[in-house]
Design a protein around this ligand. Structure first.
Ligand SMILES: C[S@@+](CC[C@H](N)C(=O)[O-])C[C@H]1O[C@@H](n2cnc3c(N)ncnc32)[C@H](O)[C@@H]1O
Length: 387
């Protein structure tokens, strides 16, 4: 009877990779009892089983491999080992990714099969966000800046909820050497990445902080307070608008782009692909209507709203399912777990986005499927004495 390639691999690996892997484990890795280990690129799982034995019943080993047949064989062969599980996945999509749950991430003869090794080593949601936001939030943010915000040379700008700082860098370029931009975000890892990526820009700085704790708060120092896709992450928006008002110079303006609702494609992704995490993901967001946002703005002291309107998202298009899943993972700071998006769940989720010929289109820019909209609000702080 003919063997499948996976079965052939299972046999062949016993005398090659397994010998070297065991030697590596014994002489260099030295796992301890109780360790939680990920075996990345586990193949048919012989070394994962060996690791499971070494960490004992208090420990746990998860073997991950993108090869369906190898994972199937691994499951069949080692089903009796209680502290061992196998999951179809990859170096950018494995259980516990970004969640700091492993004592050891072990990988034997697998790294040279993987592309984008920088991502593999650093696999943290902030890094994914930095990549993913380039085609999404950054496109919409740049459009907002160009068509509505109009920063001038010399302006002093706060970018509130700056993420990994791509738009702060763009603003710094627009205000020139006489101007200054400060990017603020509560996500330590995103701020760290922003600092590393843009360290050469002299008129730009990044600070870990939030909408209730940022440099210059209450001190009337900014010409513009800009915020892109961040307001719907913030609670107590009345206070946020008050803080922005108090921190703007007289004549300064607030320019915010935010979501007033959770788009259907996101809602369904959480409910259908990640039901285990959906409730926790929903709690990340604090959507409020455009009318309410305008009320907060006026109550905070802004006398005049220059513009407040809905517009279509321009950056929401994904080339592949993998790209879409990674985007969900990174924008939810690692809460959305791509490994829970099983084939069966994906089939149900992707149904509405697949045409009769089986062609998939994950394009939410308002051309197909639902038309996802985003709100823009611009208001000026006037000099009360000259009203
Ligand atoms: C979707 S990201 C947008 C990032 C960036 N503005 C962009 O356009 O790429 C939303 C950001 O808001 C930040 N955020 C969440 N709560 C915040 C708060 N209370 N104050 C300031 N920023 C906050 C998050 O950490 C996250 O980086």
């Amino acid at each position: 009877m003919q063997r499948s390639p996976a079965e052939g691999y299972q046999q062949a690996s016993l005398s090659e990779q397994k010998v070297d892997g065991e030697d590596f484990i014994q002489t260099d890795v030295c796992p301890k009892a109780g360790d939680v280990i990920l075996d990345l690129g586990c193949g048919t799982g012989e070394l994962s089983a060996h690791l499971a034995e070494l960490v004992g019943p208090e420990g746990m080993v998860t073997g991950v491999d993108p090869d369906k047949e190898r994972i199937q064989l691994a499951k069949e062969t080692h089903s009796q080992i209680e502290n061992l599980s196998f999951v179809e996945g990859s170096a950018i999509n494995f259980p516990g990714i970004g969640a700091k749950v492993y004592d050891i991430i072990f990988s034997n003869y697998a790294l040279h099969w993987m592309t984008n090794k920088q991502q593999v080593f650093k696999n943290i949601p902030a890094e994914g966000y930095q990549q993913a936001s380039l085609s999404g939030q950054k496109v919409d943010g740049e459009d907002f800046i160009q068509t509505d915000v109009y920063p001038k040379a010399g302006d002093v700008i706060l970018d509130l909820g700056c993420g990994t700082g791509e738009l702060s860098a763009y603003l710094a370029q627009l205000v020139g050497p006489e101007g200054k931009v400060t990017g603020v975000d509560p996500d330590k890892e995103r701020i760290q990445l922003a600092k590393e990526a843009h360290s050469q820009i002299e008129n730009l700085s990044f600070v870990e902080g939030s909408a209730i704790n940022f440099p210059g708060i209450g001190a009337e120092v900014y010409d513009i307070i800009f915020s892109n896709y961040a307001l719907h992450w913030m609670t107590n928006k009345q206070q946020v608008f008050k803080n922005m008002f108090d921190s703007l110079k007289v004549g300064g303006k607030v320019a915010v782009q935010y979501m007033s609702y959770l788009p259907l494609f996101d809602y369904n992704a959480y409910v259908l692909l990640n039901p285990e995490n959906a409730e926790r993901i929903f709690r990340l967001f604090h959507f409020e209507s455009k009318t309410k946002m305008e009320c907060y703005c006026l109550s905070a002291g802004f006398d005049e709203i220059i513009r407040s309107f809905d517009t279509h998202c321009k950056g929401l298009v994904f080339e592949t399912v993998q790209e879409f899943l990674e985007w969900q993972w990174s924008t939810t700071c690692g809460l959305f777990d791509p490994s829970l998006a099983t084939e069966e769940r994906l089939k149900k989720y992707l149904g509405p986005y697949t045409d009769e010929d089986g062609k998939l289109s994950l394009d939410f820019r308002g051309t197909k499927h639902e038309k996802v909209t985003v709100c823009r609000l611009l208001a000026v702080k006037k000099d009360k004495e000259h009203l």
